[in-house]
Write a protein that binds this ligand. Structure first.
Ligand SMILES: NC(=O)C1=CN([C@@H]2O[C@H](COP(=O)(O)OP(=O)(O)OC[C@H]3O[C@@H](n4cnc5c(N)ncnc54)[C@H](O)[C@@H]3O)[C@@H](O)[C@H]2O)C=CC1
Ligand SMILES: O=C(O)CCC(=O)C(=O)O
Length: 526
């Protein structure tokens, strides 16, 4: 497998990736979109920082690509929706650069308070000017943090060490958590009115775009200082320009811009404006950390194992992972089995969990079952990433439910598939920890190992059915390795499920179907 590494990802952090015998690492300097489009079909994985744009056009050509890794937090340079549609996993490395970004924010705040970059420039140009650079202290000042996540929390902790009063706006955080971090949660408007320093630590979303815009600046306290080390577009640069022009804002520090790279912002005209070229994560420690983290995620993803920091599939704690893992094989096989049994356009797949699974986090099992189901009927590559979207796009309503009460099995997954022609149900369980079995089809008990080639023959429960079916299969020199028959009442409908060493030839199927008492016949391959 080949992994393309761009944007100067720290070389030392790629060691784990390079150590994998089946992975070849190809480090390139920056590529244009056209260059990327030309070569991307050769790669199974890629790693970027923030410079490379992984666009829908690039992904369109990425026929082998399984995973895009972001050595950092923000994935706004990756078209995640297009990746999801294509079944490409997107992973990030959200923890490694938290301290770097928080320290950069504190450095920006101190620089704003004490005019350090400007004073340094003046001195280097030969002027010993003390008068122009009167500063302010941080002690007892109010710091307003917008977004109290990983970085916001690390900034809060450091600001308290500087004896600042920390207030925060984060509508997705509980009061208790904010209290633990030593910050008082307040509505945004109140923060804007009271803060001496305001710093943003939120992703750029449709809700957060221009969160510091014209209205916000109008509410701010005169003499406020504003910092953005999160994402360009969170601060409206035109509105900031106006607020600096009027003197409302006493200083601003931006590490990130709406358009990057940005070397000619009108804001550069203000002496009380400080800028760095998206350096928040640029420490050797952070770069090593994110490169190591993302390399491990790529190794896991390329080997089909679970990743910790997936952006476009629900993330799973190690505890949930340990619980669901033994059932994924069973679920995928059940999905495949069901899809091959049902006729017509499927519009609903209902998955019910009981026994041990009744109280577990089962969503990943459902996704795997749907993956197995769709895999057998679609030409496109189906995986854990795009299975839910593909099901939705095909009008398949996936319902997941957990049964209450005791059942006959320690764990049981029941799938009911409904089409415009029929409805079928299949139940399966794991014997021991990882030994999958189909234990019921449409309520008929069986005990079949779902693997290899199988022949499903619903029939009437009467003599001279099983023998003739087996004779016809044997006449084709096909070995039968397992057989299950299930019925509800003597002489009623019954089902027969055979494990065979090769698929029964299609031309034999009508002969089997003609046997008196056979209701239908179907090959199933797992
Ligand atoms: N300048 C740089 O080099 C770096 C920038 N970043 C950026 O910093 C930002 C924060 O990163 P983390 O703290 O790791 O993320 P995080 O996900 O841990 O925290 C984000 C916080 O923002 C809150 N939030 C989301 N939308 C909000 C809104 N509209 N209003 C208020 N709060 C909102 C969330 O509830 C969450 O608590 C990201 O955009 C990331 O890309 C991260 C690392 C380096
Ligand atoms: O990789 C970088 O330099 C930028 C980091 C960043 O912006 C992020 O992690 O969101």
């Amino acid at each position: 497998m080949k992994v393309l590494v761009l944007d100067g990802v720290e070389e030392e952090g790629l060691a784990a990736l390079r150590a994998e015998s089946d992975i070849e690492v190809d480090v390139r300097s920056k590529l244009t979109e056209d260059e990327l489009v030309d070569i991307i079909a050769d790669y199974d994985g890629m790693i970027v920082r923030s410079a490379t744009k992984v666009t829908a056009r690039v992904l369109e050509q990425a026929s082998k690509l399984k995973v895009v890794g972001r050595a950092g937090v923000g994935v706004d340079n990756i078209d995640v929706a297009a990746a999801t549609d294509k079944g490409v996993l997107v992973v990030n490395a959200p923890d490694g650069n938290t301290i770097a970004a928080a320290e950069h924010t504190i450095a920006m705040m101190m620089s704003l308070a004490r005019n350090i970059p400007q004073a340094s420039n003046t001195l280097r140009s030969g002027k010993w000017d003390k008068k122009s650079f009167m500063g302010v202290e941080l002690r007892d000042k109010v710091l307003g943090i917008i977004g109290l996540g990983r970085i916001g929390a690390a900034v809060a902790k450091r600001a308290q060490g500087l004896e600042m009063k920390v207030v925060a706006y984060d509508p997705y955080l509980t009061e208790e958590k904010a209290q633990m971090l030593g910050a008082q949660l307040l509505p945004l408007d109140e923060i804007l009115k009271m803060a001496d320093f305001i710093t943003c630590h939120i992703p750029l979303t449709k809700d957060s775009k221009y969160i510091l815009g014209e209205k916000a600046f109008s509410l701010m306290k005169p003499g406020v200082r504003v910092i953005n080390c999160a994402r360009g577009g969170v601060v409206d640069e035109e509105a900031l320009y106006e607020a600096m022009q009027t003197g409302k804002v006493a200083g601003a520090a931006l590490d990130v811009f709406e358009k990057e790279p940005n070397t000619d912002s009108p804001l550069f005209a203000f002496n009380n404006f400080i800028a760095t070229p998206h350096l928040g994560a640029s420490t050797s420690e952070a770069q090593l950390c994110v490169a190591c983290d993302v390399s491990l995620e790529l190794i896991a993803a390329l080997h089909g194992e679970f990743v910790k920091n997936a952006v476009n599939i629900p993330s799973m704690s190690p505890k949930v992972m340990a619980t669901v893992k033994p059932y994924l094989n069973l679920a995928e096989k059940m999905g495949r089995f069901c899809a091959q049994l049902i006729d017509g356009r499927v519009n609903k797949v209902e998955v019910t969990y009981s026994g041990d699974l009744a109280n577990q986090e089962v969503a990943p099992i459902t996704t795997t079952l749907i993956k197995g189901f769709l895999d057998t009927i679609l030409q496109v590559k189906v995986n854990f990433v795009n299975a839910p979207t593909l099901a939705r796009n095909r009008g398949i309503n996936v319902v997941q439910q957990q049964a209450s009460g005791e059942g006959d099995y320690a764990n049981l997954i029941t799938v009911k598939a409904v089409s415009d022609r029929e409805e079928i149900s299949v139940a399966g369980t794991n014997f021991g920890k990882v030994d999958p079995r189909i234990v019921s089809i449409d309520g008929y008990h069986v005990d079949a190992i779902p693997e290899g080639h199988m022949l499903y023959v619903p029939h009437i429960d009467k003599p001279r059915i099983i023998g003739p079916v087996c004779n016809l299969i044997g006449a084709h020199d096909i070995n039968i390795s397992g057989m299950q028959v299930g019925r509800k009442i003597i002489g009623g409908k019954a089902v027969m499920l055979l494990n065979v060493d090769a698929p029964v030839p299609e031309e034999t199927m009508p002969e089997i179907a003609k046997i008196d008492g056979v209701l239908s016949v179907r090959n199933v391959s797992i």
